[in-house]
Design a protein around this ligand. Structure first.
Ligand SMILES: *[C@@H]1O[C@H](CO)[C@@H](O)[C@H](O)[C@H]1NC(C)=O
Ligand SMILES: *[C@@H]1O[C@H](CO)[C@@H](O)[C@H](O)[C@H]1NC(C)=O
Ligand SMILES: *[C@@H]1O[C@H](CO)[C@@H](O)[C@H](O)[C@H]1NC(C)=O
Length: 277
C-alpha cells in the first residue's frame, strides 16, 4: 500500500496522484427538510484547484455543485438517503461509502383486510402499512377504543358485532398519523326470519298480504313461500287476493342469501266466513 508521504505535491492539477485516503464524513441520519453537509476528508495535500466528485449509490451527482470538499444537501428529501462516496476529479480512487439515512414522520398510513370477503366465523387479519423512518410503532383502535398494538391485528371467529370501524395509528419520533377508518363488512346468512300478516283479522274475499322479514348480510333478495310443505310463491311479499277458506293453513317463508338460508316459524292463516263476521 502507498502512504500519504508518497503523495506528490506537484504544482499542477494533479496534486496527489496516489492519494488513496479519501473519506466521507457525514451524520448517520438527518431529518427530512433539514440541511446537511457531507465532507470529503483527505490527508493529502491538495491545491485550491482540486475538485471533488460525489456519488450517491455509485451514481455521480451531476446536478449538485460542491463547495471545496463539501456537499451541501438543502432541505433534505427522502430520495437523498443512500450511500455517499467521493473522489478527486481526474483520479480513479473512490472513497468508501458513508450511509446517510433520512428520517421522517409517517405520511401514508393504510389498513388492509384479509380475507377480502368476511363471513361470520372467519378469522380476520388487519395489517397496518406505514412508511416512516425510523419504523413506526402501531396501535389499533376499534371505534375510539385502543384494542391492540403491532403491525397486524387478528380477530378469530369474527361475529357481526365486529362490524365497527377500525383504524391504526403509526407513530415515530417525528410524528404520528392515523389511517382512514375501515369498516369490517361481516357477511352472515339470514336469521330472525318472521312472517307478518295484514290485515290482522281476515274475512273471506279480503286481499291479504304476507311479508317476510329477515336480517342478513347481504340482505336476502330470494324468498320462497310454503303452505304445508308445498311451495306456493316467491318474493318478499306474498299476496292473496280474494281469500277463501281454501287458503287457510300454515304458512312459512324461507329467506336465502349467498351464505345460507333460514325458514320462519309457521304462521296460521284463519279465514273467517263472512257469515260469522
Ligand atoms: C437550509 O439552508 C438554506 C440556505 O442556506 C436556509 O435558507 C434554510 O433556512 C436552511 N434550513 C434549515 C432547516 O436549516
Ligand atoms: C332462490 O333460491 C333457490 C334455492 O336456492 C334457487 O333455486 C333459485 O334459483 C333462487 N332464485 C333466485 C332469483 O336467485
Ligand atoms: C301486494 O298487495 C299490496 C296491497 O294491495 C300491493 O301494494 C303490492 O304491490 C302487492 N305486491 C305484490 C308483489 O303483488
Amino acid at each position: 500500500m502507498l502512504n500519504n508521504n508518497q503523495c506528490m505535491t506537484a504544482a499542477l492539477d494533479i496534486m496527489c496522484v496516489l492519494c488513496s485516503d479519501l473519506q466521507v464524513e457525514a451524520p448517520e441520519r438527518v431529518t427530512e427538510g433539514h440541511n446537511v453537509s457531507l465532507t470529503c476528508k483527505s490527508s493529502c495535500t491538495l491545491t485550491d484547484r482540486a475538485t471533488f466528485i460525489w456519488y450517491r449509490n455509485s451514481q455521480p451527482l451531476t446536478e449538485r455543485r460542491d463547495r471545496n470538499n463539501q456537499l451541501l444537501l438543502q432541505s433534505v428529501r427522502r430520495e437523498d438517503a443512500g450511500r455517499y462516496s467521493c473522489a478527486l476529479h481526474g483520479h480513479s480512487y473512490i472513497s468508501p461509502a458513508a450511509h446517510l439515512s433520512v428520517t421522517y414522520p409517517p405520511s401514508s398510513v393504510s389498513v388492509s383486510i384479509s380475507p377480502s370477503v368476511i363471513v361470520e366465523g372467519d378469522s380476520v387479519t388487519l395489517s397496518c402499512s406505514s412508511d416512516p423512518n425510523p419504523p413506526a410503532e402501531i396501535s389499533w383502535f376499534k371505534g375510539g377504543t385502543f384494542v391492540g398494538s403491532g403491525r397486524m391485528y387478528s380477530i378469530s371467529k369474527i361475529s357481526s358485532d365486529h362490524s365497527e370501524e377500525y383504524k391504526c395509528k403509526s407513530i415515530n419520533e417525528h410524528g404520528e398519523k392515523y389511517s382512514d377508518a375501515v369498516t369490517l363488512n361481516v357477511m352472515y346468512p339470514p336469521r330472525s326470519v318472521s312472517v307478518s300478516i295484514s290485515p290482522s283479522v281476515i274475512v273471506e274475499g279480503d286481499s291479504v298480504t304476507l311479508s317476510c322479514s329477515s336480517d342478513s348480510n347481504p340482505p336476502a333478495l330470494n324468498f320462497s313461500w310454503f303452505k304445508g310443505g308445498m311451495i306456493v310463491g316467491s318474493g318478499r311479499i306474498y299476496n292473496i287476493s280474494k281469500i277463501s277458506s281454501d287458503h287457510s293453513g300454515e304458512y312459512k317463508c324461507r329467506s336465502i342469501n349467498e351464505h345460507g338460508q333460514k325458514d320462519s316459524a309457521a304462521v296460521t292463516l284463519n279465514v273467517m266466513c263472512e257469515f260469522f263476521y
